[in-house]
Design a protein around this ligand. Sequence first.
Ligand SMILES: [Zn+2]
Length: 74
Amino acid sequence: MQDFTLFPYQPGDVITMRKPHPCGSKQWRVDKAGAEITIVCCLCGHRHQMKRRDLEKATRAVKHSTEETKGQIT
Ligand SMILES: [Zn+2]
């Protein structure tokens, strides 16, 4: 068993971070979820890739999107 199951990130999910991005947004959208997660800032569009573990530490909440993610299983 892995201990990475705290937040099951999926593409399209919106993450609320503990700390805001310099642009002022705390919300990021998951673009790719693998060993590393690519997230896109919801406000300025900045892309950032980070390890799942690091992202979990920085995450306050994850909101699952049911619209864009249907049929996309990673
Ligand atoms: Zn930003």
